[in-house]
Design a protein around this ligand. Structure first.
Ligand SMILES: *Cc1c(COP(=O)(O)O)cnc(C)c1O
Length: 410
């Protein structure tokens, strides 16, 4: 067995490549340990992580409070009870999520994709039982450029061929419309429309922010047509955009939230679906479930991780540090930058077409000690842990400027 004490980064890369399915194309960096915004490889090199596991690590690596809570729960000797029985931690976690979201019922699951799948089931059953949509006719409206996970149903309504190709036949009942286009949405509504499933900002789509007022208008149209507004805030929620939820920027109250990623601070998969009772009550005993969903270790970890977001006021930090970072990023005079799109600490730098794609810039940033990942070929995403300090941002800006100007790789 390889261990970091004796093996190099390259040995770990080779081992993964030899035995793993090749469904990712990682940057050639091996992370052995982390602290705050920093990670180290087995060769002793230090990097600043500006991806933060797609915003799962908003609280930073090795957060002492979450680490302690996890340790205590493991020491207590109970990590999984299944929902066949109650446990002494799940209720506390559900209560906190209810307080944060303002929804009175919370469904615990594990991954983000499971939360999305659960929401789809919730919306369909609500449509049949409460709205009176004819059996098997429910339609859910989704949006071009969406990313909601990787199950067969979810990739079936993706507009990205690389997510879909070869995985059909797909689940019917979804209608794709242009993101940001109100008229297209209104045209797509029928009497069988039960819900919209939307990301307030399309993060995987390339940090795409819809026009101001769009989401508020969507909320209004949903109310008028008795359609559930289901918000996938798995990446944008929990502080990332400078508010607890990205929808708060437009004062929108969704009927359903999906949360995952940062809800457990990078410790283990925990996700939730939240809604008010008149929607959630369509889930009855036996109609939905998950073996690990609501497990006591996950409940303890996520309770602490969510408490850290609240008590360290990470949404405000994201707003302040994001403004500082983006303000300075915009001052960099680079021929390679086409556009910068940002909300809070969710930042996309779109690279000019003529200058190739974003990947070589990410590789050059890695050489300087900054880990960032391209999204949708042409966009560099900067989304560091929200505990980042101004000094750390200055350190990053200096190197980003070098890569985007002097030493541009293409
Ligand atoms: C990451 C993500 C998901 C899927 O979460 P997994 O835990 O990877 O299944 C769904 N929606 C959005 C917006 C995401 O960013």
């Amino acid at each position: 067995m390889l261990t970091a004490a004796t093996a190099t980064s390259q040995a770990f890369i080779d081992l993964e490549a030899k035995y793993g399915a090749h469904n990712y194309h990682p940057l050639p960096i091996v992370i052995e340990r982390g602290q705050g915004v920093w990670v180290w490889d087995p060769d002793g090199n230090r990097y600043m992580d500006c991806l933060a596991a797609y915003s799962a690590l908003n609280q930073g690596y090795n957060h002492p409070r979450i680490m302690e809570a996890a340790r205590k729960q493991i020491d207590a000797g109970i990590t999984l009870t299944s929902r066949a029985f109650y446990n002494t931690h799940l209720g506390n976690f559900l209560k906190l999520v209810s307080e944060v979201t303002g929804h009175d019922r919370v469904l615990p699951m594990n991954t983000g994709a499971e939360a999305v799948e659960s929401s789809i089931k919730l919306a369909r059953r609500w449509g049949y039982w409460k709205k009176g949509v004819p059996h098997d006719k429910a339609e859910i409206i989704v949006f071009d450029g969406n990313f909601h996970g990787r199950t067969t149903t979810i990739v079936g309504f993706s507009s990205d061929d690389s997510y879909r190709d070869g995985f059909g036949p797909f689940t019917p009942g979804f209608k794709l419309v242009e993101f940001g286009d109100l008229e297209a949405f209104e045209k797509a509504i029928t009497e069988n429309t039960v819900a919209i499933l939307i990301e307030p900002i399309q993060a995987e789509g390339g940090i795409l922010i819809p026009p101001r007022g769009y989401l508020k208008a969507m909320e209004q149209i949903c109310r008028e047509n008795n359609i559930l507004f289901m918000a996938d805030e798995i990446q944008t929620g929990l502080g990332r955009t400078g508010k607890m939820f990205a929808l708060e920027h437009e004062n929108v109250r969704p009927d359903v939230f999906m949360l995952a990623k940062a809800i457990s601070g990078g410790f283990m998969p925990v996700s939730v679906v939240t809604a008010n009772e008149e929607v959630m009550e369509v889930f009855t005993p036996g109609s939905h479930g998950s073996t690990y969903g609501g497990n006591p270790l996950g409940a303890v970890v996520a309770h602490e991780a969510l408490s850290v977001i609240i008590e360290e006021n990470l949404p405000r930090r994201a707003a302040e540090m994001g403004e500082y970072f983006v303000g300075n990023l915009r001052r960099i005079d680079s021929p390679h930058v086409k556009e910068i799109r940002a909300r809070g600490m969710l930042v996309g730098v779109e690279i000019n077409g003529e200058n190739g794609n974003a990947r070589p810039f990410c590789e050059a940033l890695k050489e300087k000690g900054i880990l960032a990942k391209e999204t949708h070929e042409s966009v560099i995403r900067f989304a560091p842990p929200l505990v980042i300090t101004q000094d750390e941002i200055d350190w990053a800006l200096e190197r980003i400027e070098q890569v985007l100007t002097v030493e541009a790789p293409v």
